[in-house]
Every structure is written in structure tokens, then in C-alpha cells.
Design a protein around this ligand. Sequence first.
Ligand code: GRG
Length: 299
Amino acid sequence: MASFEIGAYLETQRATVDSHLDEFLPPEEEYPEVIHRAMRYSVFAGGKRIRPILALAASEAVGGDFERAVRLACALELIHTYSLIHDDLPAMDDDDHRRGRLTCHKVFGEGIAILAGNGLMAHAFQLLTEIPGGVDFSATKIEVLNGLCRAIGTQRGVIAGQVVDLVTQGKPFSAKELEYIHSSKTGALIEASVFCSAILAGAEDGYLRCLRTFGLKVGLAFQIIDDILDMEGSREELGKTPGKDMVEQKATYPAFYGVQKSREAADSLVAEAIAAIECLGDKGVALRELARFISIRRF
Ligand code: GRG
């Protein structure tokens, strides 16, 4: 089998995602200009594009259609960027920097930042409903929409995780709460990136199951590594202020288990994720390498 260069792969896929985001987002000149400027400011501030890249890799692994997959991929990035804008607001994490530049509310004010997040969410769902396909494809689209709504909602979705993250701040927390926060606020959207993409691609039940397990484990590992990087990374590497979790007494893996055990937990999850997609054989190469990248990443 030909060797797989994860660095080059990430670069190519990122460029593909970015050019489609540019195509799908309203132009800055469209009235009311300020909201479109704010939405584009945060989307094009940088970012690894890991969720859309996972979605594209999952689709390719099960023979999905690129034109459909790329719309889902971009919708995922818009929802993710929306969550970052709101997470950075004074009422939440109160951050001045994100993706190496000033946060949305620092540049545009809180009101526009809130609306920019809402606008990205609305645009993401608009994009999903416009995925090409005839009437016969509508049921599949509804299934994808349902998967995504569940992933960001209040029942083990992103909002649920963020709520528990917020209310546990500065208080003692249990291992169960910690796992709940991480697998919901971060894991759920990563799991949905893989799982919803496989649904959209029309993957068989067996593949859906193994890809869902893969997404779940990689999603949890991603947040554990995020916690470790918050302790060990620099502002240059991360593009945001490091060390805030400890100052704000957040429920994190290193705070509960220590760095060494947290790293071991992330490595085990990644190994389990890779084992879960054995069924894909050579077609799973990109997903396997993405999982490995997630555990060794420095940003
Ligand atoms: C319903 C989507 C939604 C949001 C409302 C504000 C909020 C509720 C949730 C915040 C969730 C959040 C910010 C979780 C942290 C996820 C995380 C690890 C972010 C960093 O992701 P990276 O490293 O960032 O992929 P880049 O910048 O590379 O995209």
C-alpha cells in the first residue's frame, strides 16, 4: 500500500474545505454587511477543519458522493465556529483570542457576535437542506438533520456538555460528570461528523455502527488532548490563551487524573477507534491516520 502523508493530506483537505466554505457563505458585501463580515471573520480566522476533514474521509471510506459530503462538511465547520464564538463570550469563557486573532465579540461587539453565531447555525442548516438529491433522497437528509440536531442538543449534545461544564466550574466534580462533559461538548459533534457523513453516503448498518464507535472514541480523545494542550501548549501554537482551565477550575482530565494518565486514556481511545474501523480495510487509511494525528497533535 502507498504511504500516507498526514501533513500533506490535512493541507489538501483544508484547502478544499476552505474554498467550499467561501463558496457557500454569503459574501461580505451582502446587506446587512456587518453580520456577514463577522461570520466570515471567525470562519476564516484559521482552524484545523478537523470535523469537515473527518466527514470527507468517512464519506470517501464508504463510497459517498463528494458534492453531498462537502456540504455536510462545511455545515459542520459552521456549527463548530458558531460554538467557538459563543464559547468565547464574556458570559461563557470570556476569551480575547481565538485561532490566533481577537475573538469575534472583541472586534464586532457582543450583540453582533451572538448574532454571527446564530447566523452560522442557520446557514449550516440551510446548506444541509440544499444538499442535492431528488425526492427519494429526502428521508436520508432528514436522518442526517436529526443526527446533527441530536449532536448539538440538550440530551448528551454540545449544549448539554457546555451546560455541565459551566455549572461544575469551581466546584468538585466526579469522573462521570467529566466524561459526560467531554463526550457531549466536544465528542458529540466529532462523532456526528463521521456518523452523519456515513448516513449521507448511504452506508450499510455494519459500517454505520463501526464508524459511530470510531467517532465517539476519537471525539472523547480529542477533548482530552485539548485539556492537555491547555496546560502544556503556548499561545503561538494554540492561537488562544493557554492555562485558563486551571485558573477557572474547570473539569478537565489532567485536573482529575494527572497528565500522564490522561495521555494514556487518549492513546487507548485512539487505539480502540482504529480497531473499530478494521472492517474498512485499506479504505479506512485516512480515518486511521486522522485518529493518530489527533493523539499526537500540538495545536
Ligand atoms: C450548540 C454548537 C452549539 C453551541 C452552543 C457555546 C456552546 C453551546 C458550546 C461550546 C462548545 C465548545 C467550544 C467545546 C470545545 C470544543 C473544542 C475542543 C474546540 C477546539 O476545537 P479545535 O481544536 O479548534 O478543532 P479549531 O480552531 O482548530 O477549529
